[in-house]
Design a protein around this ligand. Structure first.
Ligand code: NAD
Ligand code: ZN
Length: 360
């Protein structure tokens, strides 16, 4: 059996206020290439206190990006890359500040600065040819694990698939839980549930192992404190825990795999444009057949935080849309292999997957 051999983030700073270490960290890398940095920052921070704390010098490029209209696209990455290369040349590095969207934009553009052509050429495993430039991530909403993962998920004209390789992983991450305090409660819930679902899926499948399980169990303990414990809610202490849980959930699935919920969620995102974490929640509530205990506990978390998920959405979906979503899900063979087994195609048909979508 061939075992996974994964690269972790090179350096991590953890702690409240650690954002201010950025100045010193960047100083050591500024002398590379065109000697300027590209900052890609979640538009939420435009005009906020954090904008004034950015250690950007006059030669640096600061780009505020709105993560909301859509998940990162190949076109968006290619055009930003072309624009920066044509006007300024190759940066010393890229700093991503924001949620999973900005983490993925920073990771993807770091790679695309040095790999020619469109990012659509590199959607998949180990298709990238050269290492990217130095890249540093600062998450401001926790749950996706994008800060630690070896993929930068992009939506292209044909597929929603990551640029996945060792060079995708950040050189440096700064985990400053003060930055997630302003996350609105609904997003705090959905994004945190991504971590929860990562752990449940990672530990319920063929690739589960002692290494991935240790991360999953610890991240689940943290999620239970944050979302179900006596002191549940958005507190400073829980924000610390959530940042760590997000990272551990990401590490757990890196050493194992996600499963049925993520396969369906990709279908929802690709065809209907639903955001990853919300799409997971929409799907997960109906997956008691696969993850009985997890779905039950998820239900308790929904109740505790008064979150009401939409029901009967599929009534408004055409058969064409359901088929397209099921096809996206079906193609994620690595997830089904993990969740159901290498003989999953003998146990599942496209119609079965369509039926899962019709539960939503
Ligand atoms: P996001 O980056 O889309 O942001 C969600 C919302 O939260 C946005 O409105 C944003 O402006 C807001 N926000 C962020 N930080 C905030 C703060 N501190 N205060 C107030 N508002 C804040 O959310 P996400 O759920 O973290 O990321 C979703 C993306 O991550 C998707 O594109 C998905 O494909 C990707 N993803 C990647 C991986 C990976 O391993 N690379 C894994 C899962 C998901
Ligand atoms: Zn996820």
């Amino acid at each position: 059996m061939i075992h996974k051999n994964f690269k972790n983030i090179e350096k991590v700073v953890f702690g409240r206020g650690s954002f201010d270490n950025l100045t010193e960290i960047l100083a050591a890398h500024r002398n590379q290439n065109g000697k300027f940095f590209l900052f890609v920052v979640d538009n939420f921070f435009k005009g906020k206190e954090l904008e004034n704390r950015l250690p950007a010098l006059p030669e640096d490029v600061v780009r505020f990006i709105d993560p909301d209209p859509h998940e990162p696209t190949t076109e968006q990455i290619d055009s930003l890359r072309d624009e920066i290369l044509n006007t300024r040349g190759l940066p010393a590095g890229v700093i991503g500040i924001g949620g999973g969207t900005l983490m993925d934009i920073a990771k993807a553009i770091s790679l695309m600065f040095t790999n020619e052509g469109s990012s659509t050429l590199y959607q998949g495993l180990n298709l990238i040819k050269k290492p990217g430039i130095y890249h540093l991530g600062i998450p401001t909403i926790s749950g996706t694990g994008a800060e630690v993962s070896m993929t930068a998920v992009l939506t292209g004209p044909e597929k929603k698939l990551g640029l996945k390789c060792e060079w995708t992983v950040f050189n440096q991450v700064i985990l400053d839980s003060e930055l997630i305090a302003s996350v609105p409660v609904d997003k705090w819930f959905y994004t945190g549930m991504d971590t929860y679902i990562h752990c449940i899926e990672s530990m319920n499948g063929m690739l589960n192992n002692a290494y991935s399980l240790a991360y999953a169990e610890q991240a689940l303990t943290l999620c239970r404190d944050i979302y179900l414990g006596n002191k549940a809610g958005q507190t400073a202490e829980n924000d610390d825990k959530l940042m760590v849980a997000s990272m551990m959930g990401g590490l757990s699935l890196t050493y194992s795999e996600v499963g049925v919920c993520h396969a369906l969620s990709y279908g929802l995102s690709k065809i209907l444009g639903e955001k990853h974490c919300y799409a997971n929640c929409i799907a997960f509530q109906h997956l008691g057949d696969y993850y009985a205990d997890g779905v039950k506990e998820f239900g308790q978390m929904l109740v505790k935080h008064n979150v009401v998920l939409p029901q009967n959405l599929s009534r408004n979906w055409s058969d064409e849309q359901v088929t397209a979503m099921a096809q996206v899900a079906w193609n994620l063979t690595h997830m089904w292999n993990h969740a159901i087994g290498p003989d999953w195609q003998e146990k599942m048909t496209l119609e079965d997957i369509k039926a899962l979508f019709r539960r939503m």
